[in-house]
Every structure is written in C-alpha cells, then in structure tokens.
Write a protein that binds this ligand. Structure first.
Ligand SMILES: O=P(O)(O)OC[C@H]1O[C@H](O)[C@H](O)[C@@H](O)[C@@H]1O
Length: 445
C-alpha cells in the first residue's frame, strides 16, 4: 500500500488550511458517490476495482494466452487513455532490457496508433516483416484517426503475412459495445472483442480490458493488479476519515498549493521504469482539470537524469511549481559498487554500498535542496514495484483526480478542448462531412 507524506509542503501552505478542506472534500466525495456532480455519466471507474469478477479476469487471461501462444510480438494500437495505462504498468514491471534479450518468455510489446509519423509506421512495418505478430486494437470511440490509420496498416500486414484465419485469431479489439468503426470491423471480421463500458472515460479505463488485456499479454498478474486497486478503493472510500484518506489529502493539498500560486505540478520519479506512469498521470490530470481557463499544469521529470537538464529550472526558476515524488522503497535487484584499488575515478567512498543507497541519497538531497529553493514537495512511497502496488497507485490517482476536479469546480470527466485540432485536421484533409469547415479553413491559409 502506498504512503503519502505532505510534511514538506508546510513551509508554503499551512496544515490547518489543508485540514480545512475536509468539508469541501466530503462534498466532492458525495458528488462522486451519488452521481450529483458534473460529468456524472462517467463514474463507472469509481467502484470498478471491487466489481471486476473472476470470470472477467479469466476471459482476459484466456485471450491473453491465445496471443502469447501465437505471437512473438504484440502491437498495442491505441492513443491517450487507450494505451498509456497499459504502457505505464507494463514498463513499470518489466525488465528494462527484456526486448533485447534473445531468449524470450513473453511477447515483445510494441505501441502504435499514438502518432502519425510516417517513419515510425514504416519502420514498424519493416520490423514486423519476419515476425509472428498480433494486434490489440484499442479505441473507445472506435474512430480515432491515429489508431485507425495504424490499425489499417497492421491488419493488412497481419492478414498478408499470417493468412486471414490466423489473423482473426491474433487480432483482438477493445472498443465500444455498439458504436464506431473498430466495432464494425471487429464484428465483420469475427475478432474476439472486449467492451469498454460507456461510463468509463478513456483516461480512467486502465482497469478495463483497455489496460488489463495488454498487461496480461505482457505476462503480468492482472488479479494482483486489480486486488491492489480494490484495496485502494477501500482506503480512499468516502467513509474513510479525511486525515486517513490519501486521495482526499492529495487532492486537498494540490488545490491549496494551486490557490497559493503554484500552477505547475511536477511528478518526479527516481526510477526510469516509472516514466510512463507519469505520462499516464499527465493525461489523467491534464484532461480532467485543464479547462474553463484553469487547472494545474501537470509536468513530469525522470531523476536523476533530468536533474542534469531541468534541475536548474526547478531549483531557481519561477516559483510557480511544486513536486510530487514517487519513491520506490525497495528495488527488485541487488548491485553493489565495487571497490577499485587505483580509485582513479575517486569513487571508493561508495565502494560496498548498494547503488540504490546512492539513488536514495540523491533523492533525499534533491528534496532538501528543492524545498530550500522554494519548491513544495509531496512524497508518495511505493513499497515495491509489484502489480499490487501499481494497481493501488493508479486507483489512488484516479480517485484523487475526481475529488480534485470537483474542488477546482470543473467537470473532470469531459475533454471538449481536444476536438479543436481534430476539426481543423479533418477540414484540411477534406474529410467527407467537413465541406463547410474545409472552405472556411482554406480561406484562412
Ligand atoms: O479510445 P479513443 O476513443 O480512441 O480515444 C483516445 C484518446 O483520444 C481522445 O482524443 C481523447 O482526448 C482521449 O481522452 C482519449 O483517451
């Protein structure tokens, strides 16, 4: 279970002020529970962990096995909420060099449909030429251009390379029950499909088949992931006292910091495996809160890497930031710094120490320096990178996001702003149905 520490924000905001959020948070929790707030048709994530059945997990694991048995590479085609959660979990739990190892026990996971780069797609199709590959096509709307474009290419290549019958077996769709092109194609071709519930928005969908299927295909235990999330659902429940509820405290603290001029939250890790947890978190908070001309800007850094690039800004730039550090208490492996008689590099003072001890001192030193430099600091401790803990972490952020959005006074469950670029792109590409927009946009060029 995670542990949240907000002590190092108290030089900047007061403990009393954070505690004073209790009533506001309670009201936000109630809006979520009773469905009386804005965006109340998208609350399916709230009690999702505790409602996932064994049968559902077994169905997912059975499909994952088909892909694992028949594919050396599996492409997850999706964008935004339709790939970030899966990637966050898979990368957090995977060996960093798995994909370079010769003896593979799990399929190589590759992501596509999250960009429109011709080179990326060309290079991917080239790489796949001699591979037994499968595809998980993930799109809630079933109409997202980036994903549909990549899937069109991958479907054709899979059918050409592996034959229509095998392709049918190794292509799985995760999409809406009825709507969208992905649904039409899946039904017509007879693919195995999983449904994304209507009332779960993309960025809250990691614990639906959107995340669970790829995570299972990659070889991770989705039962443990869901168990961790379900325990966190309890720990962050509306019946848990404010002071003991990590989601409530996190939501209150970041809103109090925001109200005191801290407009940017930087999610920090000291472990590169967590890079995509930050990417997932950025979508979750960015799309949920960035609207009505308000919202904390969610940013992220990987330390100590970025201490050598962004560290200067964080230490001495405009004081409009705060940090939330995810710290992993216990690493998976042991590696000691060797001693060296010549000591040419002068590193013998570290000889015999675990590499993680050095990392932890970098972490502590950074926290003290940044707080001294005027950066409030919250800390989330994860005991270990396991399915259970990651499941808990993801649900914690989701629950806090729902509360935080209501504290901010926005609808945390829509994303109307994302349509603006799409409309222009379709007009520029003369998509049927966009004739008027095409004319209008051409006149502006
Ligand atoms: O799952 P899809 O319908 O393909 O959507 C994928 C993503 O793109 C959209 O534009 C939304 O802004 C995101 O919230 C969503 O996660």
């Amino acid at each position: 279970m995670i542990n949240l520490n907000i002590e190092k924000t108290f030089g900047f905001i007061s403990k009393e002020k954070v505690s004073a959020y209790e009533a506001e948070v309670k009201a936000a929790q109630e809006m979520l529970e009773k469905g009386t707030g804005k965006g109340n048709d998208f609350l399916g994530w709230l009690h999702l962990p505790s409602s996932i059945t064994k049968e559902h997990l077994a169905d997912l694991n059975a499909t994952a096995k088909v892909l694992r048995d028949n594919c050396e590479v599996v492409i997850v085609a999706g964008i935004g909420g339709s790939y970030l959660g899966a990637r966050a979990v898979i990368e957090a739990l995977s060996n960093s060099f798995t994909w370079l190892q010769n003896k593979k026990t799990d399929p190589i996971m590759i992501y596509a449909g999250h960009n429109i780069s011709e080179d990326y797609l060309y290079e991917l199709t080239e790489y796949l030429k001699d591979k037994k590959f499968g595809v998980i096509n993930i799109s809630k709307s079933g109409t997202t251009t980036e994903t549909a474009l990549a899937f069109r290419l991958l479907k054709k290549q899979c059918e050409d390379q592996r034959g229509k019958e095998t392709a049918k077996k190794v292509i799985v769709a995760v999409t809406d029950a009825k709507k969208g092109a992905a649904r039409v194609t899946a039904d017509k071709e007879g693919y195995k499909t999983f449904i994304i519930p209507d009332n779960v928005g993309g960025r809250f969908s990691v614990l639906t088949p959107v995340g669970l299927l790829p995570i299972a295909v990659a070889g991770f235990d989705i039962e443990k992931l869901v168990a961790g999330a379900a325990d966190m659902e309890k720990a962050c429940g509306s019946d848990v006292a404010f002071a003991k509820n990590p989601a409530a405290i996190y939501a209150a603290t970041r809103n109090e910091l925001y109200r005191n001029g801290k407009k940017i939250e930087i999610l920090v890790n000291f472990c590169p495996k967590l890079h995509y947890v930050s990417e997932w978190w950025k979508q979750l908070y960015g799309e949920s809160e960035g609207k009505d001309n308000k919202g904390i800007f969610p940013a992220s850094v990987d330390f100590s890497t970025d201490l050598h690039s962004m560290g200067q800004w964080i230490q001495e730039g405009e004081r409009s930031i705060f940090e939330t550090v995810i710290s992993v208490e216990k690493v998976n492996h042991k590696l000691k710094v060797p001693s060296d008689e010549a000591n040419l590099d002068g590193l013998n003072f570290l000889a015999g120490k675990r590499v993680d001890e050095v990392n932890k001192m970098a972490e502590l030193g950074t926290q003290l320096a940044h707080v001294d430099g005027g950066v409030p600091n919250m800390r989330i401790v994860l005991p270990e990178l396991t399915e259970y803990n990651i499941g808990g972490l993801l649900y914690f952020f989701e629950k806090a996001c729902g509360i935080s959005g209501y504290l901010l006074g926005v609808n945390p469950f829509n994303q109307p702003g994302v349509e603006a670029y799409k409309k222009n792109m379709f007009a520029l590409l003369n998509k049927p149905g966009y004739e008027e927009e095409s004319k209008a946009i051409q006149a502006r060029l």
